[in-house]
Write a protein that binds this ligand. Sequence first.
Ligand code: NDP
Length: 434
Amino acid sequence: LLRNPGETEFHQAVLEVLETLGPVFAERAELADARILERVLEPERQVMFRVPWTDDTGAVQVNRGFRVEFNSALGPFKGGLRFHPSVNLGIIKFLGFEQVFKNALTGLSIGGGKGGSDFDPKGRSDAEVMRFCQSFMTELHRHLGEHTDVPAGDIGVGGREIGFLFGQYRRITNRWEAGVLTGKGLGWGGSQARTEATGYGNVLFTAEMLKTRGEDLDGRQVVVSGSGNVAIYSVEKAQQLGANVVAVSDSAGYVVDDKGIDLALLQQVKEVDRGRISDYADRRGSAARYIEGGSVWDVPCDVALPSATQNELDGDAARTLVRNGVIAVSEGANMPTTHEGIEVLREAGVAFGPGKAANAGGVATSGLEMAQNAARESWTFARAEDRLTEIMQDIHTACFETAERYGAPGDYVLGANISGFERVADAMLAQGVI
Ligand code: NDP
């Protein structure tokens, strides 16, 4: 706390990991001797920089850029870029820290990092977003490389932004280096199923958790928060597995659609028109009700998939979900459930999938994109989705078995933290004091 004052979200993410690692340190004295914990908590490198750009009126704007290169024991730094006005160093550090263990869980050769800016793309023209991205990459490019640091998207950074960032990287470096960014367009080095991967992966992880309890998603009522990339493809996969998705949200409100969310309309409103969830409700007609403000977790459901942002599901929301009979909560977003929220769900015996494991499908498919780029290959959608399914099943098995081995059956938080941590710690031990 003293070393990193004011970094609230980073403290929260660290606490969640530390309180589950006791059994590992009790068994393995060499980890404490090598001061692995102190080393894992300190990023290898962090960069903060000025991002000046000119808006459409000709006025000069100044934002702050970040890249936290947390740990590269397992491979090049890998993790998304977030563009949102709330971004600060503590948020990027929490995301980078989580990313280290998440990436380890995928079993692929990727380290962990995260970056972004307090730039708000909402309401900005394409030309403004392009100028911002070009200025951002003008500094960031010197820290990147396919073997060094490979960013991707996150909140506020989708295909459009990755395109502008890649274009500027290529122009500055004079290199067509596909593996330097993931989430690229399909025509220029992107991977099939990358757009869908995080949402799909989270639903697949949920299905695996339910399977251990003799349940499945067929006929279940599902609520998804958010209506961005992760949310949309969670809706799609849940519907493919027979669930009825009854609500989605954005930061202004939520929509309840008793007939089930109309995926094609949701995609048109969000992906094509870049509209709001209230626009979905307007266009859907009498089937849907829009509720401004409030909490989407008030909508009764069997399965809740928080897919918007950190700390969106607190103790009160968890109690409401439990009262309404929820059987599973799985995190599409990073750290969407507060510490108290997790405790409430744990005490009620709800299957809980922590983001580190449950939303790892996105970065795993980014890893597959890097592999395709290195081999100059393009896989079919079916091949990429099959690999994603396999990876999510493996992650589930690793978390499930680790929790059993350490005497906490069904505790996926403990399972994910220990399993990810041990992979990173073993690599660090083997590589010496660096
Ligand atoms: P998008 O920008 O596509 O969508 C974000 C969604 O969350 C929007 O509906 C947005 O609403 C809502 N939201 C964002 N901030 C807030 C806030 N402060 N309060 C309420 N709602 C908010 O982002 P993604 O779908 O890519 O990311 C969602 C989450 O998933 C994040 O936690 C991200 O870190 C995590 N994640 C994403 C991965 C990916 O592959 N994209 C991979 C792994 C995790 P509004 O439009 O009103 O802002």
